[in-house]
Write a protein that binds this ligand. Structure first.
Ligand code: ATP
Length: 320
């Protein structure tokens, strides 16, 4: 039988398992045999694959992480690596590969398609940093996890009249910081997309709020802005307010995917297999206008993200 393969690549995200499940189940329904590839492109290079059946993906829709494991593969990220992976695919009768990951993983999918193996990308990353898609699998769960954590930090900051500087993930993309900052009432939100100034965007805002009686403060920092500890030290030095830095880190990536991530992952996984069934490759499955559609990978990689400036302005005017 013709086989399709599925792999997860780059950083893990809650909902990747739900996407794997959808690929396996719809692939088998459409008459393919489905191979699970371990550790991203590494598994393709090493032939570390196993045949999955309908029950291989039982009880994973609600589990975080990825049962296929994920990795970054420097060896694949070179023409010889891509060629080798294509040879392994042809030896295994693999006629298509579904790659769940971020932009880096999609570049790999494009290269592997050019080497003769049709690939379909599915955006799985908590950063929401895929320009072509309004949504990436894992984002909703990660936002809600961060809100939960920051609500706790807020309780203790409030009890001690403290300032908390909290760093959330997002290397090039401030979406997580923006959404979570609005949802937790952060007085400043620092994102890579917007310029900021320590005095006007942090100190002046704290002082103004202090005048009206505010005594505890949250400053939200996106990972890509960095300097979280230094920002906290400077705030304490300049305002005298006891200030603590918290870097949330990988707690944001773990945990059971919520409803939205499970549903989007299921739709995207199904859609990806439909494309392979039609013989298509070099496509990425995205959400556009609230619908699941697909784009050419090269076209998708060239798209530019737009930052939600309107929401940023809302935050500035109400978190005071
Ligand atoms: P995340 O957003 O979680 O970082 P990502 O998919 O962008 O996910 P990367 O580490 O950039 O993560 O890429 C994952 C893997 O994709 C790399 O280890 C490599 O094997 C492959 N890859 C990345 N860039 C390329 C490229 N330009 N050409 C071929 N393969 C690539």
């Amino acid at each position: 039988a013709k086989s399709i393969a599925v792999l997860t690549s780059g950083g893990d995200a809650p909902g990747m398992n739900a996407a794997i499940r959808a690929v396996v189940r719809s692939g088998i329904s459409k008459g393919f045999s489905v191979l699970g590839v371990r550790r991203g492109y590494n598994g393709l290079l090493n032939g570390d694959v196993y045949e999955m059946n309908l029950r291989s993906v039982s009880d994973i829709i609600g589990r975080g992480g990825t049962i296929l494991y994920t990795a970054r593969s420097p060896e694949f990220n070179a023409p010889e690596g891509v060629k080798k992976a294509a040879e392994v695919c042809s030896r295994l009768n693999v006629v298509g590969v579904v790659v769940i990951g971020g932009d880096g993983s999609f570049r790999g999918a494009r290269d592997l398609t050019n080497a003769g193996v049709p690939c379909i990308g599915i955006p799985g990353t908590i950063d929401n940093d895929i320009a072509s898609s309004e949504y990436t699998i894992g984002f909703d769960t990660a936002m809600n996890t961060a809100v939960d954590m920051i609500d706790r930090i807020r309780d203790t900051a409030e009890s001690h009249d403290r300032c908390s500087v909290v760093e959330v993930m997002g290397r090039h993309c401030g979406d997580l910081a923006l959404q979570v900052g609005v949802a937790t009432g952060a007085i400043s939100i620092l994102v890579p997309e917007m310029p900021w100034d320590f005095q006007t965007d942090i100190i002046d805002r704290i002082r103004l709020a202090q005048k009206t009686g505010k005594r505890h403060f949250i400053i939200m920092v996106a990972e890509g802005v960095g300097g979280t500890n230094e920002i906290a030290n400077r705030i304490q030095k300049e305002t005298g307010i006891e200030t603590r830095a918290t870097i949330l880190g990988h707690v944001q990536r773990g945990g059971s995917p919520n409803l939205r991530d499970r549903v989007v992952a299921s739709e995207m996984g199904y859609h990806a297999v439909t494309l392979l069934e039609e013989g298509q490759g070099n496509r990425v499955v995205v959400v556009r206008g609230g619908k699941v559609v697909d784009f050419d990978i090269t076209e998708a990689l060239n798209m530019k993200r737009t930052f939600n400036k309107a929401l940023y302005d809302v935050a500035l005017s109400i978190s005071i």
